[in-house]
Design a protein around this ligand. Structure first.
Ligand code: NAI
Ligand code: OAA
Length: 305
């Protein structure tokens, strides 16, 4: 049988057009210029977002704007949706994408820490694509976890102190984060599990939930081994979230965000470190994330044929 040649461009809809969304739009220029991909991007308030457009990308509203396509209209015409708007937006719009039978690339992987939402997003008929985001090495970590070879999985994320300020913090904590100097050294602001971590720092520790996803352990699932007895992904993830330990550190000397992973067990000892260049659009976000998301988009589109 001859391979299918797709004549019409793939219609990709970004949910969120901030630092990651705009970087992804730039990275997809080869496909866009070749007429193989059409890109739309949804924002809540297109009117105020207008000055941050990217040529060739049509803006869509999830809010009340007039004079541009609405989210339901754009969703009805999309082949692939790419969430890069935040954990709340993933929860608000992700389920309708999956329920419509459209594949969804998830950047705010922290959304999967909510067990009900995880179950909904994994239920189909649309397929969920979980991006690696700012970290990786998941081939080795998943291989070890699939074989039951990991007892302990840890991640330590280090960021500039001001990027960790959150509205719920006491004034003294906010002040300390603002006043931390490089010579003060690192200050641990959180230690615990990914679920609690993402509740408190939804824009900083998606990587921790991504690590739990990668190490959930699914022996033989991809090749059909295990049959009906194989636990579902959502159950495996719930257990994996209990195993991963997270530390979030503020360090005024950390010019680049740093993620250090240590996984140990019968499979051995895996130590990984990531220090990404900052996003060209937002220095608080690792530039690596948009690179990973772009790769996931290309993989999802290639699977469509
Ligand atoms: N998996 C990973 O390694 C990483 C994941 N992330 C996730 O990606 C998200 C986006 O990151 P950035 O682009 O740096 O943030 P950003 O704040 O620059 O951009 C987010 C954009 O989404 C828009 N938005 C929010 N809710 C929306 C809604 N309901 N409808 C339409 N638009 C909406 C905002 O207006 C904003 O323009 C983060 O909040 C985080 O959850 C970020 C970094 C790494
Ligand atoms: O961009 C990064 O370094 C990682 C990040 O914020 C997240 O995982 O939420």
């Amino acid at each position: 049988m001859s391979p299918t040649v797709r004549s019409s461009p793939a219609r990709v809809l970004l949910l969120g057009f901030g630092a990651i969304g705009r970087h992804v739009a730039t990275l997809l220029a080869p496909e866009r210029d070749a007429g193989r991909l059409q890109l739309r991007a949804a924002e809540r308030n297109v009117a105020t977002h207008g000055h941050r457009t990217v040529p060739g990308v049509e803006l869509v509203t999830t809010g009340q704007d007039t004079g541009c396509p609405t989210w339901p209209e754009a969703l009805a015409e999309a082949d692939l949706v790419v969430e890069c708007a935040g954990v709340d937006a993933a929860g608000e719009h992700g389920p309708e994408v999956i329920a419509a039978g459209i594949d969804l690339v998830l950047t705010s992987v922290g959304a999967l820490a909510d067990p009900n939402l995880a179950r909904t997003l994994l239920a189909g008929p649309g397929r969920l694509w979980v991006t690696n985001g700012a970290i990786g090495g998941f081939d080795a970590l998943s291989a070890a976890a699939d074989a039951g070879g990991l007892d302990s999985v840890r991640i330590r994320t280090t960021k500039l102190p001001t990027s960790l300020v959150r509205p719920w913090m006491a004034p003294a904590e906010v002040e300390r984060l603002h006043e931390l100097r490089p010579e003060d050294g690192p200050w641990s602001v959180f230690a615990g599990g990914p679920t609690e971590a993402i509740e408190q720092f939804p824009a900083n520790v998606n990587v921790a939930v991504g690590l739990a996803w990668a190490t959930r352990g699914r022996p033989g699932a991809d090749v059909g081994v295990g049959g009906a007895d194989l636990p579902e992904d959502a159950d495996l993830l719930r257990r994996s979230l209990e195993r991963v330990q997270v530390e979030l550190v503020a360090d005024a000397a950390a010019v680049r965000s740093r993620h250090e992973i240590l996984a140990t067990g019968p499979a051995g000892r895996i130590e990984l470190g990531f220090e990404s260049a900052p996003s060209p659009e937002n220095p608080k976000t690792s530039g690596m994330t948009a690179l990973s998301v772009t790769r996931t988009i290309r993989e999802a589109l290639a699977r469509r044929g």
